[in-house]
Design a protein around this ligand. Sequence first.
Ligand code: ZN
Length: 553
Amino acid sequence: MTPAPEQHSTTISGGTRPDLVVVARVVHTLDPELGDVEALAIRDGVVVAAGGRDVAETWADGGVRVIDLGDAAVTPGLVDAHLHPISGLELARGVDLSGCEDLDAVAVALAEAAAGVGADDWVSGWGLDPNVFGTTEPHGGVLDDALGGRPAFVMLFDAHSAIVSRAALNRAGIAGEREFSDASRIVVDASGSPTGLLLENEAMRLVESIKPTESFDERVAHLVAVLEGMAGTGITAGHVMDMHDDDAIAVLEAVEARGELPIRLRISPMCVPGMTDVEFDAFVSLQGRRGRRWAIEGVKLMIDGTIDNGTAWLREPDTRGESTASLWLDPAEYAGRVAELHDRGIPTATHAIGDKAIEVVVRTLAALPRTGVQHRVEHVETLPDDVLAVFAEAGIAASMQPTHCTHYTRADQTDNWSVRLGPERADRAWRIGDLRAAGVTVALGSDWPVAPYDARASIADAILRRPALKPHVAPVLPDQAVSALQALEGYTTHAFASIGAVGGTLAIGAPADLTAFAVDPLDSDPDDFAASAVLLTLVDGVPVIGADERVDA
Ligand SMILES: [Zn+2]
């Protein structure tokens, strides 16, 4: 699994001194020429030499900064191929409840959040797993108990429902059921009074709209905090799959006016149905706009919704008779836009979850002239054999989220996703192993804030096909497991290849984006790796996480 055991040392190109030397037990460069080394020399944000500890001493003479990571393993910086860090700011307000496994943990986390605010101030939370309520339907009572009459709004993990406290219901003037123009519902008890559970957008908006919004400066600080959190799990870059917010560019520019983005962002705005040609031209003209660590590149499209909500596009309806249509009322309009983008040399990434959705997308992409523009399909949740064959044959890349499988489905297929599909289609869940075996490029990611962004857990889950650190949970379709190297490639070389770029290695001349883990991802138990400390995250040769206390001058 670990390439090239013997040491290759290179001399520093140009003969000038590096400005940083990184030394570790092993550096997995993922570069076929270099293989594994022990040390890298970095100058101006670029890897300029690689070799053993002995040569590193010759590079480091005369006061060059050395970061000796001891027994750590270094990898190329991890790239999360599917993120929503800016649009996710609104959703990810307040306390992150995604790690809470029971109501007691939820109450503790909320009480901690409430301790920092005034008695009448709002408390917000997000990422709540409805399973903490056991067999009971989610309700707002837990908020009333934990927060002593404060107004509170907690989004459930799917972002399609929320629980709110009694005080929040009162402030919003919600006393019973109402009619909505979407599928929204105010859930009520037998006596007709609201339980605090609000379903879908319009119902949630009744309360969200009276919550104080984040100011621009708060959004800027919130984004930096989220991206620092990502860097703390080893992530050095992300592919952003929307640009919904009107102030997105202003937020990015504000961050770079004050300092640096903690990670690099490649942003693909979304092409939606019904754009006029004038709107489409203006949309396309955003391509190439950039700052120091962000750039608008590529276009996102969505052909269907989700299986859990009955909005995916399946060949046959799900067991409730749902998931029967494309989000593009005229799929030919979708194909037309993709062809125009392809002609202009713009790579696309299309959200396609149901078998029919994936089929239409890969057949559309396979029919394009082979001009070298790399296209990608996001999610790929239930994949029939005949469609998998087209993927491989046409050189289309996949972008998949291992934790969507391991967190939200179960091996016994009693979860909502599997029940809606039935056993035959549920047996085609997240076929990462089959796609890799067929030679398909598979980038991996989290879809944050839909799932937690921790890249270590995501890599472990791709190998284990169950949640990391939960050995008692049965794996989902263990035949679809990937090797540790394949999982790491999903976050490095394949992430780059999936957008038609070369990168994700620590080759000579590559950007010095790297991560140091206390536990080697290529030579350890995946659960141990999921719990590994991140000792250093370097972006552009500059430490984002770690380093200072470890520096030998
Ligand atoms: Zn997404």
